[in-house]
Design a protein around this ligand. Structure first.
Ligand code: NAD
Length: 280
């Protein structure tokens, strides 16, 4: 069994990104810039934003946190996004999710210019993804694909089961895996017998937000397990897969933490760099 070391791979890639950025700076260009919009005091979001800032420092990407109060109005967030859209020194921006319920998440995401959409959530970028056109890919699915490629895991012909169908993880990762030749099953809350599907998976991606939803008995021996979930249980971070049991049967598995999370941040930074190259 091999542990897929997202933390190590992401760190290596962030450092490489720094070297590329230095080359641009030596030519007289500015650094790339990522603006992060955070609304409220959600402890998980605060910690993610901190992690993104730290990774930006490793990669040499300038970043700014725009921290807005919980009771901010829709128009106030919209006008911040519009001003960042207009700012020629901003290459990418993200709206840290979740945002308070009184704000219309989809409208705000689509207000971000598609050319500054570092998370790859904009409707046009997602539309391009589904039509197999070049695009800014959503960060978590992109990070997962990069991690699999790093370990030379060939996707073609695999039976891949994805648990979760969200717009930011489950659905786009299904699309990317299908593009690489996997046969896809997407499970969700209404799936009748989850284990009957997961047990057939050569590659199992779990993004349900339910701690330890997938246990050892639900895994085909030799399967590749990608655990996207991040859940806080008794003050400890755990995934959607019971790691201790799963690692006894899996061929490859991502840990939580230090698996998909750092790869997501790396993908976000690589997206920012891609946007920067279009802007300079
Ligand atoms: P979401 O709540 O939008 O979607 C969850 C999906 O799981 C839904 O499609 C739902 O139908 C499905 N689901 C829930 N319970 C299920 C069950 N019992 N059986 C089968 N399917 C079930 O969540 P999301 O935004 O896709 O995130 C999923 C998890 O991944 C969360 O824990 C989130 O914190 C984590 N996450 C991690 C990263 C990272 O970088 N590591 C990035 C994004 C999300």
């Amino acid at each position: 069994m091999i542990i897929l070391d997202g933390f190590g791979v992401a760190n290596e890639r962030n450092k490489k990104l720094n070297q590329h950025i230095l080359e641009h700076i030596q030519k007289g260009n500015r650094r790339p810039h990522l603006s992060i919009i955070l609304i409220g005091e959600n402890p998980a979001s605060l910690s993610y934003v901190k992690g993104k800032g730290k990774a930006c420092e490793v990669a040499g990407i300038d970043h700014k946190l725009h921290h807005l109060p919980d009771d901010v109005t829709f128009n106030e967030v919209l006008s911040l996004i519009q001003s960042l859209n207009k700012n020629p020194n901003v290459d990418g921006m993200i709206l840290q999710l979740p945002i308070p319920k009184h704000l219309d998440e989809n409208t705000l995401i689509d207000a971000i210019s598609k050319d500054k959409d570092a998370d790859g959530f904009h409707v046009i970028n997602q539309g391009n993804l589904y039509q197999k056109k070049p695009t800014i890919q959503p960060a978590t699915p992109k990070g997962i694909m990069t991690l699999l490629a790093h370990y030379n895991i060939s996707i073609s012909g695999l039976d891949a089961v994805i648990v979760g169908r969200s717009n930011i993880v489950g659905f786009p990762v299904a699309r990317l895996l299908m593009d690489q030749g996997a046969t896809i099953t997407v499970c969700h809350r209404q799936t009748k017998d989850l284990a009957s599907h997961t047990r057939k998976a050569d590659l199992l991606v779990v993004a349900s937000g339910k701690p330890h939803l997938v246990t050892k008995d639900m895994i085909k021996p030799g399967a590749i397990i990608i655990d996207v979930g991040v859940n806080r249980v008794d003050g400890k971070l755990v995934g959607d897969v019971d790691f201790e049991g799963a690692k006894e049967v899996a061929s490859y598995i991502t840990p939580v933490p230090r698996g998909v999370g750092p790869m997501t941040i790396n993908a976000l930074l690589e997206n920012t760099y891609e946007l920067y190259l279009k802007h300079i």
